[in-house]
Design a protein around this ligand. Sequence first.
Ligand code: NAD
Length: 240
Amino acid sequence: MGSVNLARKWIREAAVVTALTGAGISAESGIPTFRGPGGLWKQFRPEDLATPEAFARDPKLVWEWYDWRRTLIAAAEPNAGHAALVQLERARPSFTLITQNVDGLHERAGTRNVVKLHGDLWTLRCTVCHRERRDERTPLPELPPRCECGAPMRPGVVWFGETLPPDAWERAEAATRAANVFLVVGTSAVVYPAAGLIPLAKSSGARVIECNMEETPFSAQVDRAFRGAAGELLPQLVAS
Ligand code: NAD
């Protein structure tokens, strides 16, 4: 049995399927990844903008970057990779999609059970009173946007050096431990703690299947590693 056929059989027979996605699944929707070509905005590296220090230093600059990303994403559409995961959720008795993405494209595609490890670009959070509000306007009329209390708001995402929302992390860990099949899609698997879910899935007994354009630190340890675009690989893997 070919590799794709075997992986498809594992997926078809799994009662519990959990997927972990990263920026690569949205690349075919035209949204730049962090790492790899096209990951630059002006002369800044995302790693230098997605930090609490950068926001404290220059909130307007950080917000300009997020506003640019929000505008790009608002004009983008979910792709065949997102759609294949919707199909998978409908086909399996238990399915959890853990994403590091903040773009909201999984929900827009129609996936219901999404665990957002790194928050959401469309949520704003007050830096003083911590009130949250959903705001989908692009571009935002004022940068930084203001809370009703008058204080500046920040993007409702998790920055480098910050802890993950505890409830999201608990759900992610539980779905990883329970998985018969764990699909890893379009993540460079270097950002922790998210990347730690891959060895956790393996040690909990899941078959781990990776889909990525390039090799990752876990490629040699997973049960199957497919090289290619998520929008081409996933439809093949979930076809019944
Ligand atoms: P990353 O940029 O580090 O890695 C992207 C990975 O996707 C790479 O390994 C690359 O080889 C692979 N890839 C690129 N195109 C692909 C395709 N068409 N099909 C399959 N794989 C493809 O992204 P990451 O691992 O998610 O990094 C973590 C951080 O990046 C997260 O904190 C996340 O919040 C943030 N991020 C999110 C978005 C988004 O929401 N769309 C975009 C950029 C970065």
